[in-house]
Design a protein around this ligand. Structure first.
Ligand SMILES: NC(=O)C1=CN([C@@H]2O[C@H](COP(=O)(O)OP(=O)(O)OC[C@H]3O[C@@H](n4cnc5c(N)ncnc54)[C@H](O)[C@@H]3O)[C@@H](O)[C@H]2O)C=CC1
Ligand SMILES: CCCCC/C=C\C=C\C(=O)C/C=C\C/C=C\CCCC(=O)O
Length: 261
């Protein structure tokens, strides 16, 4: 599927992985709505993207994804601005073991809301023409590291929810493909949360151990994650797929036992 002329909404799109995905989409001819809580970062992002891709191709919508009404408005505004919606990337995420309820709210509850809103705007069930949703999980979903237990739980949850919804999409003939993306460590501001007791809480004492793990597994560039994301967006055969991206194996897919596919 070509993304030329299609409309995408990317949560947490103002920096890091989300920003790299926004750029890849714009480069391929999509129009993109960048939905992010950070007003100043979003303003900088918007002016840089306008300079590179032209002013009519992207919008910045300031929104806290945990605010259900604001998130609904962001979807509505995207459709009003660009006339349609085809691609939803639920990417916004945080690493906060101290305020772990917030981590669940941002990483899992809001991602579920974003998926349901995406379906309202794209599913044949709602009289729409179909589309695609990618939910951002993490390689943390395949580990049980002691550094970030609640973060890990949310990323496991993202995979379970995504695969169940992908099956629901087939059963309900939604016409919407739903997939998950699981990067290993990526060079973004999120990694700096390891330094901060406000984020790590009592797990700050594992900081050095965590850094050794980064040295062992390596750190990826956001551009590679955007490349994997574009495959999930454009390959019409993918639904319920779980893409992993690691330094050792690059872009590859998790395989499941046939009975659980
Ligand atoms: N950086 C890494 O090593 C990895 C990151 N991930 C996941 O990738 C996703 C993106 O992470 P990064 O780009 O690394 O993080 P980042 O911290 O660089 O960017 C996250 C973006 O989300 C926005 N955001 C945070 N809370 C929000 C909220 N309540 N409402 C709206 N926007 C909000 C931030 O303002 C920021 O622009 C997250 O889901 C993260 O869990 C997955 C694997 C590895
Ligand atoms: C406690 C550390 C907090 C600081 C880091 C913040 C966020 C990290 C986000 C992730 O999603 C990455 C987490 C774990 C997976 C990383 C690597 C696994 C690599 C496995 C492999 O290469 O085979």
């Amino acid at each position: 599927m070509s993304v030329m002329g299609r409309v995408a909404l990317v949560t947490g799109g103002a920096q890091g992985i989300g920003r790299a995905v926004v750029e890849a989409l714009l480069r391929s001819g999509a129009k993109v709505s960048v939905v992010d809580i950070n007003q100043s970062c979003g303003d900088v992002c918007k002016s840089e993207l306008d300079a590179e891709f032209g002013g009519d191709n992207c919008a910045f919508i300031q929104c806290d994804v945990t605010d259900g009404h604001a998130l609904r408005d962001a979807f509505q505004k995207t459709v009003e601005l660009f006339g349609r919606l085809d691609i939803v990337i639920n990417n916004a995420g945080i690493n906060n073991e101290k305020n772990w309820e917030k981590t669940i709210d941002v990483n899992l509850t809001s991602l579920i809301k974003g998926t349901y809103l995406g379906l309202e705007h794209m599913s044949r069930e709602h009289g729409k023409r179909g589309g695609t949703i990618v939910n951002v999980s993490s390689m943390a979903a395949f580990l049980h590291s002691p550094h970030q237990p609640v973060y890990t739980a949310t990323k496991h949850g993202v995979i379970g929810f995504t695969r169940a919804m992908a099956d629901a999409s087939i059963l309900g003939n939604y016409g919407v493909r739903i997939n998950a993306l699981c990067p290993a460590f990526v060079d973004t501001p999120l990694l700096q949360s390891v330094e901060d007791e406000d984020n790590m809480g009592k797990f700050i004492k594992f900081k050095e151990d965590f850094k050794r793990s980064m040295d062992k597994f390596g750190v990826l560039q956001p551009s590679l994650i955007a490349e994997g994301m574009m495959t999930l967006i454009t390959d019409p055969s993918l639904n319920g797929a779980v893409m992993k991206i690691t330094c050792s194996k690059g872009i590859h897919f998790h395989t499941y036992e046939p009975m659980s596919t």
